[in-house]
Design a protein around this ligand. Structure first.
Ligand code: UDP
Length: 173
């Protein structure tokens, strides 16, 4: 087996994609984003960055809204519900950006759905450039398409930015 492919290798990965589900941001709360969790994530990401590891983050929205659940429970049009879910990920991404920057980690938020006043549009080459400059890029609004989830977005962005591994954080409880 090629040692560089072993999950137990001792040298750090050069570039990782962290998938943070909305639930992972809940912490002790029933709804929303727990500032304690954001501070914890910021500290962890900073220590990983200090090892020289490039970091991209895809953030979920299930702590606020899940399209499929809402559509099933209320009869809401599924695509509309999914767009609301994607907007939820943008809110989480901005909260995460705030926490990371207060923890001393430079960041950019890139979105799959244009919202120019608050986040950059996702442009793959620009995302890679940010990462090369040492910024943590937070990818929001998933793939930009209804009927998908942020897990798909995590896999997609990981390949697009050349991450070696996807680390999936489902919950911090
Ligand atoms: N979503 C979507 N397309 C995507 C990513 C997300 O429509 O590419 C919507 C979908 O409704 C989903 C919601 O956004 O339920 C929140 O994302 P997800 O459920 O993946 O969040 P997580 O479970 O990771 O918190």
């Amino acid at each position: 087996m090629n040692p560089s492919k072993s999950p137990f290798r001792s040298e750090p990965y050069k570039r990782i994609l962290l998938k943070l589900s909305g639930e992972a941001l809940l912490g002790d709360l029933e709804y929303g984003v727990d500032p304690k969790v954001v501070a914890f994530v910021a500290e962890q990401v900073r220590s990983v960055r200090d090892l020289g590891v490039d970091v991209g983050i895809v953030v979920g929205g299930g702590n606020i809204f899940r399209g499929m659940t809402a559509a099933a429970a209320t009869g809401m049009d599924r695509a509309t519900a999914d767009y609301i879910g994607m907007l939820a990920t943008a809110m989480n991404g901005l909260a995460l950006q705030d926490g990371l920057e207060r923890g001393g980690v430079p960041t950019r938020v890139m979105t799959a759905i244009d919202m120019n006043e608050i986040a950059e549009p996702f442009i793959r080459r620009r995302a890679v450039r940010h990462i090369e400059k040492g910024r943590v890029v937070i990818f929001v609004c998933g793939t930009g398409n209804p009927y998908f989830t942020t897990d798909t977005a995590a896999a997609l962005r990981a390949v697009e930015i050349g991450a070696e591994i996807v680390l999936d954080r489902k919950s911090t409880r």
